[in-house]
Design a protein around this ligand. Structure first.
Ligand SMILES: *Cc1c(COP(=O)(O)O)cnc(C)c1O
Length: 277
């Protein structure tokens, strides 16, 4: 299977703040990749799909919360590249399905709910066995899609950037995307992550574990900001919502309060306070 990388624009953003601080600011428009398999989700899946096919699997199984973009993207990728998909969702079924899950189902995904306690132990052999009995053999993609093949894919986001830069930034859920960016960087570059979860210090360990597959666990050219979570995953407030709306008004680029909004909010804040690494 050959999966071509999408070509997406690098858009310069103009703001009096950047002029004042003498910063050039660009957005790599990975959001324009595909209607359903957007941005980093595509790069995380790319080498997993190739591996699954190489090993002869017909089914992909993965885990996520009811609002997980990764679930949504896996369903769409399964449909596009010819795999059956199973999404194991944390918690109980709520009907009608929310837009994430109903789109996943429309793309042919089988949805299986498990209680929160089992979900915490989702990689246990016992659950693996139960799922195998129910669905047959499958290629496992971990929660959020972050494994060593995912970060190999995300490193290619960097190869797609043709302008020189000092910093690259990403929102962090599992940290897989940031780990991939770090893998793709030269040592003269620096990666800045923004945790969208409360208590995101676990991200450092996640990222080092992912990088260790490539013997890169000692890289130090990155930092994760833990103060822009706005109360936790998918939590927001009027200030953040206004920031996202204002950004759209000014630049005609849609950002959202779950990931990109928190990152840009944090980044503007760091720039205002003359952050340096
Ligand atoms: C899913 C997602 C993330 C989180 O990626 P992780 O690899 O889990 O850290 C960040 N930004 C956007 C826009 C996303 O869709």
């Amino acid at each position: 299977m050959i999966i071509e990388n999408p070509i997406t624009p690098l858009t310069e953003i103009f703001d009096p703040l950047f002029e004042q601080k003498q910063i050039k600011f660009f957005i790599k428009r990975e959001d324009l990749t595909d209607e359903f398999i957007s941005g980093n989700k595509f790069y995380k899946l790319k080498y997993n799909l190739i591996e699954a096919e190489k090993l002869g699997f017909k089914t992909l199984l993965t885990f996520g919360g009811a609002y997980s973009n990764h679930i949504h993207a896996t369903a769409a990728a399964g449909k596009k590249y010819g795999f059956k998909t199973i999404g194991v969702i944390r918690g109980e079924e709520h009907l009608p399905l929310n837009p994430t899950l109903s789109s996943a189902q429309d793309n042919g995904m089988t949805i299986e709910y498990i209680d929160r306690k089992s979900y915490r132990n989702k990689y246990d052999e016992r659950l693996k066995q139960t799922l195998k009995e129910k669905f047959g053999d499958y290629y496992l993609i971990p929660e959020g899609g972050s494994n060593h093949l995912a970060i190999k894919g995300c490193a290619e986001i960097i190869s797609g950037i043709t302008t020189d830069f000092n910093f690259v930034c990403s929102a962090c859920g599992t940290g897989g995307t940031l780990a991939g960016l770090i893998l793709g960087l030269d040592s003269r570059h620096f990666a800045l992550g923004f945790s969208v979860l409360k208590g995101g210090s676990f991200l450092y360990q996640n990222i080092r574990t992912l990088l260790s597959y490539y013997q890169k666990e000692n890289l130090n050219n990155f930092q994760i900001n833990l103060d822009y979570h706005f109360g936790g995953y998918a939590k927001t407030n009027a200030e953040l919502n206004n920031f996202c709306a204002g950004f759209y008004e000014q630049h005609n680029i849609q950002i959202e309060p779950i990931y990109t909004g928190k990152m840009f909010f944090g980044l503007y804040d760091l720039i205002r306070s003359n952050f340096s690494a």
